[in-house]
Design a protein around this ligand. Sequence first.
Ligand code: BUP
Length: 461
Amino acid sequence: LQILPPHVALLPSSGMGHLVPFVRLAAALARRNCLVTFITTHPTVSLSESRLVSRLLSAFPHVTPLEFHLLPLDHSTANSKDPFFLQFEAIRRSAHLLSPLLSSCSDPPLSALITDVSLASAFISITDELRLPNYILFTSSAWMLSLCLNFPTFVVNTSTNLSGGSATASDDIEIPGVPPVPKSWLPPLLLDLSNLFTTQFMANGQELIKSNGILINTFGNAEQATVAALNEGKVVNGLPPVTKIGPLAPCEFEKGSSVEWLDGQPAGSVLYVSFGSRTAMSREQIRELGDGLVRSGCRFLWVVKDKKVDREDEEELGGIVGQELMERMKDNGLVVKNWVDQGVVLAHPAVGGFLSHCGWNSVTEAAWNGVPVLAWPQHGDQSINAQVMEKSGIGMWVKSWGWGRTEVVKGEEIGQKIGEMMGNDRLKAQAANIREESRRAVEVGGGSYKELEGIIEKWKI
Ligand code: BUP
């Protein structure tokens, strides 16, 4: 009897924050001799998504693409204007079209489908019908997973209006087995129960329990207690195993061009500033941030985004940031529009700090490269991630910069906090330790390496 290698299909969701961990997982599985089918949804929202999928497929010619053409979504039937959440919905509503495509992947038959958490509730029933094990890749922190699992119960049990009243320190979302989440740190959209994102989040939270397992891209010891609580049934009863496979290592094929300017800067001197692929700050805040960067006296590399979707980001830097500020910044910094290859930047020896929104991939990439973080969450899961990041010891978070505030954060304060973070030797040492710990976890014999091996073994049976 010949044991065939497992054949795994991966279904990512929309947006770089969701796609990046999927391409890394695809690469990790392909390197361990699994047969990988990578489901590519058409159309994609951003150019960066199509580019990343092409890079994966060129680097791994044995990964088989499976084209999944989505039904057009009537936007009037979905309560959201966010192009990425609308795309989640388009994928979810096209779920029935994936069944025949998965059935056709029969050479050899599929061992499992790994689905992004944002699509979970729409696809678990599809895999049930096909008698195909369904695993979820959770693309955020374990604490966020705990919130996701409990939020539906919280909504049912609470008699208070979520958006009503002021969010005070005691105004917490209690989660069994793990620390409570202050209401003011919730993704703001969750305060509106009729919003498309909230309905998806609730549906996914309810269905995760029906999956065969949850893979989580978390790192280091920061979330050990949370993962233990999840696996001991303290957070919700009957949860399938939560397996820590992170941090999923950045891959060679993700790398694009380097930023030559960095080569001329002293080691550890540059602050990298980026708020992820989906955040466009207000013009007023952009200008205060620029002022803060100048005041900090540090060297910096700043990625400016003016639009949520890269295809629409057309205005010149001078118009967005202002000519006067561009002039003030030119001696100490490099300002670029829309995109740099973050993996290349964070790995560069000149980079000594990261002013980040704390999207979960950015946090794991900072850990992977041992770069201290100054957190400035903008939306979504980012406050929860910022807290996990700060607890891990890799960085600091100025909580008063949260999304609850009405006025912009002034340049003077930004400059002062940047100086504090860049000059903090304790953070540098802790970040260096977390870098080593992260690499040990995923190398042969490491904790996350063994966890993934264990799952692959299960698929072989
Ligand atoms: Br911007 C930017 N270069 O210029 P997150 C992002 N990235 O390589 P997000 C670049 O996109 P969510 C850039 O390395 C990371 O892997 C970055 O994911 C890469 O934040 C990914 O950090 C961005 O999770 O997603 O995009 O806000 O909203 O899901 O948190």
